[in-house]
Design a protein around this ligand. Structure first.
Ligand SMILES: N[C@@H](CCC(=O)N[C@@H](CS)C(=O)NCC(=O)O)C(=O)O
Length: 231
């Protein structure tokens, strides 16, 4: 048996799923090794054993959990003696709020600025599925959504203001040390980084400096991730 993380796989070995990044960091934080199993959008059969259709899925020696937040909670419960992801059980509900805020507020602010770049880095075998699915949800052609993205940057940066405020008082979102709240937003920001050369953050922003520190954690897990070649 082994510990396996099933995660989304794009063209040219790019791994850009924000949720899979969260789980990668959660595993690294706890010092747990995993074998990474690439899954394309069109390979739902590979994760059928999990009873649902999305990645990440963690199969920990036959113990199967899907959904990044559920995986983090599960790792915390089953590996309590290694560094905590939540700073104790009391940290789970507030971290869940932060997870929900990232998914429901930060992701929609990023998506229109990178969706065509993302499409360009989806495995070509998944292009038809991805276009049909996303264009049905957005009601527009993928290429049209990204046009004029520079004008959307100020709104996105404004959205991150609560994070900026907190990082003025403490080095990490979770406090003095990084924990799962940091992995959540970092995963969110790895998604554009792994598909686009369009920079969302200003180097003068303390969110940028935080991301720099996060990129170097766990042996440079984020820093060494494959990113698209500059145009
Ligand atoms: N709430 C889930 C969301 C997982 C999710 O949406 N995963 C995407 C990859 S980023 C997926 O598997 N999508 C499959 C599809 O769109 O067909 C989590 O936190 O893990």
């Amino acid at each position: 048996m082994a510990r396996r993380l099933y995660e989304l796989h794009g063209a040219n070995d790019l791994r850009f799923s924000p949720y899979c990044w969260r789980t990668r960091l959660a595993l690294a934080h706890k010092g747990l090794d995993a074998e990474y199993v690439p899954v394309r959008f069109g390979e739902k059969d590979k994760i059928a054993f999990s009873g649902q259709q999305k990645v990440p899925v963690l199969d920990d020696n036959g113990h199967v959990v899907a959904d990044s937040f559920a995986i983090a909670r599960d790792l915390e419960a089953r590996y309590p003696s290694v560094p905590s992801l939540f700073g104790g059980a009391g940290g789970i509900p507030s971290t869940y709020f932060f997870n929900t805020w990232c998914d429901r507020v930060v992701h929609p602010a990023i998506s229109p600025m990178i969706i065509a770049d993302l499409f360009g880095n989806v495995d070509p075998r998944d292009h038809a599925y991805f276009r049909k699915d996303r264009e049905a949800k957005m009601g527009r052609r993928i290429e049209d959504v990204q046009v004029g993205r520079e004008a959307k940057l100020p709104v996105f940066r404004q959205v991150l203001d609560p994070v900026r405020f907190v990082l003025d008082k403490q080095p990490y979102i979770a406090g003095d040390e990084p924990a799962y709240a940091d992995h959540i937003l970092f995963g969110t920001l790895m998604w554009p980084r792994c598909v686009s050369t369009f920079e969302l953050l200003d180097p003068a922003d303390r969110v940028w400096s935080w991301r720099e520190r996060m990129l170097d954690l766990y042996g440079g897990l984020g820093r060494t991730a494959k990113v698209p070649a500059a145009a």
